[in-house]
Ligand binder design. Structure first.
Ligand code: GUN
Length: 294
């Protein structure tokens, strides 16, 4: 049995971030300011703290200035909206990211609506979601779908006419990813908690993407031989980071597969960096020197 191709998000991220770093250093050496990303974390959720730290560190390494705002667990909506209003008006802030989920007392929808669409590097504002529906290229695509799209394209995985099955219909990954895959001319199926026969759908997939956060949900007998399998899940089981896919079993069937960690995770952060630089270019009226220009 041949081993599947490993879709190495860590290696691709390294290459893309090096390009971004070169581009940013070019702007700085011509006298321009650095791109700036504001990252806002409300509360002390341990997983969110790790994600936010990764994002801030990744910014520093490519030369993006990051402003980190840690707000108290008991912050109320109005206080968070004040922070956002200040960040909206700051010239040196190109992107604003409010880490989700927010504590339950905060009006999450109101917060997303308050972020200026031109600084919404998460792509969650309805204006950017609408641009994704309309295939308008000046919007921001949410970071995980963007990262997955770039990863598949880098490995030359054809999507036109293919059956792409997405498991998970969430607002952050499944829904926007389904639109992006439609724009690649794939036939897209989105499965979710109410789907009656999940295995029937997953077995039909040429490209199977799972974004549920249920560890080990996708097993060997649910995957067609030769399928491309993309694992968006990040869960902690007995102190170990695992995905939605039973990697060992599914590797016996898949033609290509993303590892966890080292697959989609780093590509999400790279998507965020790319969106931040995209915003910077637009705001500073400069043109990309990168080979990748989302
Ligand atoms: N929480 C889980 N994923 C994300 C993301 O992509 N962006 C933000 N802001 N919060 C998240």
């Amino acid at each position: 049995m041949s081993e599947p191709l490993i879709l190495d998000g860590r290696a691709l991220s390294e290459k893309l971030r090096k390009e971004l770093r070169g581009e940013i250093e070019g702007y700085v050496s011509s006298g321009l300011r650095r791109p700036g990303l504001a990252v806002v974390l409300v509360g002390n959720d341990p997983a969110s703290q790790v994600y936010v730290r990764n994002k801030v560190n990744a910014c520093r390494k490519v030369g993006i200035e990051s402003l980190f705002y840690q707000l108290d667990e008991n912050t109320v909506t109005e206080e968070l909206l004040e922070v956002i209003a200040e960040l909206n008006s700051r010239e040196d802030v190109d992107g604003i990211l409010v880490q989700l989920p927010l504590p339950s007392q905060i009006d999450q929808r109101g917060v997303i609506l308050a972020i200026h669409p031109e600084k919404d590097v998460d792509g969650f504002h309805p204006e950017n979601m609408g641009k994704l529906v309309a295939h308008a290229e000046d919007g921001f695509i949410p970071c995980t779908p963007l990262g997955i799209d770039i990863l598949l394209s880098h490995y030359g995985i054809e999507l036109e006419g293919k059956d792409v099955v997405i498991v998970g219909a969430g607002f952050i990954v499944g829904r926007p990813l389904s639109l992006l895959m439609l724009w690649r001319n794939a036939t897209v199926t989105v499965c979710h908690i109410h789907t009656r026969d999940l295995k029937k759908h997953t077995l039909s997939a040429d490209v199977l993407i799972s974004a549920t956060g249920v560890p080990g949900l996708i097993k060997e007998d649910m995957v067609k031989k030769g399928a491309v399998v993309v694992d968006v899940g990040i869960s902690k089981v007995e102190g170990k980071i695992v995905g939605d896919v039973d990697f060992e079993g599914v590797s016996r069937k898949a033609g290509a597969i993303t590892p966890v960690p080292g697959g989609v995770g780093p590509m999400t952060v790279t998507g965020l960096l790319m969106n931040t630089v995209k915003s910077y270019r637009k705001r500073m009226k400069v043109h990309s020197t990168s080979t990748m220009n989302p």
